[in-house]
Design a protein around this ligand. Structure first.
Ligand code: FES
Ligand code: FES
Length: 153
C-alpha cells in the first residue's frame, strides 16, 4: 500500500505517493525526475547519490523516502539555482571530472565539507571525501578543486 510523503525539494513543496520500501533516491530520480542525483552501488558505498537532507550530506540510497517526511532536500539541481555553484566552477576549472558519474555526489559532499570545515586542509578534504568514490580521476584534481574553493575562505 502506498503512503503519502510530503517534503521540500530544492525549495519546492512536494507530496508523493510511495511504497514503504521506496528509497529517497528513488523518490528524487523516479518520482521527481531529478536525475542529476546518480545511483552507483545502491548500497551506501560510492556516494554517487549524495544529497543534502535538513542541511546534512546523506547518501540517498540509504534512507527511506518516508524518513524524509517533513524534511528539506537539496539536490545538485537546487544547489545553485541561479547558476553554477563555485564548487561546480572549480571542478570544471581544475578538470576534476571525466565521465561525471560521481560528480554530483562529489560536489554535494564537498560543499558540505567546506560548510563544516571552511578553509579545510588537503588532509581534511581527502578524509571528508572518503565516502565518495571516483573511478576516473584518481582524486588529485578533485582535491585540487575543493582546495581552491577552501582557499577562498
Ligand atoms: Fe548511494 Fe552508491 S548509490 S552510495
Ligand atoms: Fe568518472 Fe568520477 S569522473 S567516476
Amino acid at each position: 500500500m502506498d503512503h503519502s510523503v510530503s517534503l521540500k525539494v530544492n525549495g519546492k513543496a512536494v507530496t508523493v505517493q510511495v511504497e514503504p520500501r521506496t528509497l529517497l533516491v528513488q523518490l528524487i530520480r523516479d518520482h521527481l525526475k531529478l536525475t542529476g542525483t546518480h545511483v552507483g552501488c545502491d548500497t551506501a558505498q560510492c556516494g554517487a547519490c549524495t544529497v543534502h537532507l535538513n542541511g546534512r550530506a546523506v547518501k540517498a540510497c540509504s534512507i527511506l523516502a518516508l524518513q524524509a517526511q517533513g524534511g528539506e532536500v537539496t539536490t545538485i539541481e537546487g544547489l545553485s539555482p541561479d547558476g553554477q555553484h563555485p564548487m561546480q566552477v572549480a571542478f570544471k576549472d581544475c578538470h576534476a571530472l571525466q565521465c561525471g558519474f560521481c560528480t554530483p555526489g562529489m560536489v554535494m559532499s564537498a560543499v558540505q565539507l567546506l560548510k563544516d570545515h571552511p578553509g579545510a586542509t588537503e588532509q581534511q578534504i581527502r578524509e571528508g571525501l572518503e565516502g565518495n568514490l571516483c573511478r576516473c580521476t584518481g582524486y588529485h584534481n578533485i582535491v585540487r578543486a575543493v582546495s581552491a574553493v577552501a582557499a577562498r575562505g
